[in-house]
Design a protein around this ligand. Structure first.
Ligand code: MRU
Length: 363
């Protein structure tokens, strides 16, 4: 998608065919910086410290991380260690475990000397699949947006949460794919971007992304979401997912559940856009999903650009204040109007998920 007037992907292999280049998302929106990952340590740090983030992108980064590790050491022990370290870098998004398992399944039976080349090829297949999946999600979601536009007439107001945009995937995004497709198709729309405290992925990343594409949007504080729904200013909510269970419970960025509750109370359609690697058929109950807890400092401090143009981190709360920082919450399936997947818009139920992805059902 577009960044600084050019077509970009969030991750790609450098011209030498070895280094893996990512956009450092901790620098956005104040600076657009790329980084070249040169080894396993870099890949683990990129995921854990959120230079890259978003469920599909952490999966793809992990896949390339395995390839980087195999360049340095292609032994069984090195493959095992790389997979373990990468899978453990963040706990909640199932795409990470899924991508690492895929890489291990493909590489383990190979002779060590074959592994590095095969790993780059396999990682690029996972990356390309993500692009194809998201484009399909965009087409299915576009139909939903067009339906609302036809019924309503005028501008369709879509609310999203966190960043489930192209920065969170390889390209297109999940929640944003239908938005970009609708914008390109000339459907008049406007996006409510919730800031997504404490890391502000909405304010920092989604607002930047939509701005780069010229998609009309307005930033709101997370606490405005329910009020806007009561005012009738939200026609549709589309969020992403870090893990969807076999029965359709959706784990996504903290605050998603509150939006779903308010949407339910106000009759606003609440859709979750996600590719199949975000579905965990091995888990039924959302309450079984491991929820990442991050540093209290993300709550007590905030980084930004001062009016004089410097970047600065400031403390918000009194010194010594304790803070709790859950990264994700679970929205029960009953609050989800539908799942926008690469195979169409389906109900958030065990039956619909199993029917849409029979090859993934574990038994
Ligand atoms: O902590 P983050 O920024 O990795 O969380 C990202 C989200 O919660 C996204 O909504 C989710 O990964 C879907 S991304 C297409």
């Amino acid at each position: 998608m577009r960044a600084l007037g050019q077509d970009y992907r969030s991750i790609f292999v450098d011209e030498d065919g070895l280094g893996v280049v990512i956009i450092d998302q901790t620098a956005l929106p104040h600076a657009f910086e790329t980084r070249r990952l040169i080894g396993l340590d870099d890949a683990v740090t990129a995921i854990a410290d959120m230079w890259v983030r978003g469920a599909p992108l952490v999966g793809v980064t992990a896949a390339y991380g395995v390839a980087l590790a195999m360049l340095a050491d292609d032994s069984d022990a090195a493959l095992h260690e790389a997979c373990e370290r990468l899978a453990g870098a963040r706990p909640t998004a199932v795409n990470l475990a899924w991508a690492v398992e895929e890489m291990h399944r493909l590489l383990a039976p190979l002779a060590p000397f074959e592994r590095a080349k095969a790993a780059y090829a396999a990682a690029s297949v996972i990356a390309e699949e993500d692009v194809v999946n998201n484009a399909a999600i965009g087409d299915h979601g576009l139909a939903l947006i067009k339906e609302i536009a036809a019924r309503k007439g005028g501008v369709v107001n879509i609310m999203t949460h966190c960043n489930a945009g192209w920065l969170a995937t390889v390209d297109w995004g999940t929640a944003t794919a239908p938005i970009y497709k609708a914008h390109e198709a000339g459907v008049p729309l406007h996006v409510w971007v919730s800031e997504t405290r404490p890391r502000n992925q909405g304010a920092f990343l989604t607002a930047w992304e939509l701005g780069q594409h010229g998609v009309p949007h307005t930033l709101i504080v997370d606490n405005s979401a329910g009020h806007l729904m009561q005012l009738g200013e939200v026609d549709l909510i589309i969020v992403g997912a870090d893990r969807i269970t076999a029965q359709g419970d959706v784990c996504n960025k903290i605050g998603t559940y509150l939006k779903a509750l308010a949407a339910h109370d106000n009759g606003v359609p609440f859709y979750v856009a996600a590719p199949s690697p975000s579905i965990d058929f091995a888990l039924r109950e959302g309450s079984d999903i491991p929820i990442e807890t991050r540093s209290a400092r993300e709550v007590t401090h905030m980084a930004g650009r001062t009016e004089s143009g410097d970047l600065a981190t400031i403390r918000l709360s009194p010194e010594g204040t304790d803070a709790l920082n859950y990264g994700f919450d679970v929205t029960p399936a009953r609050l989800v109007s539908g799942l926008i997947t690469e195979r169409g818009v389906i109900a958030a139920t065990e039956e619909a998920l199993a029917a849409a992805f029979p090859e993934r059902v574990t038994g």
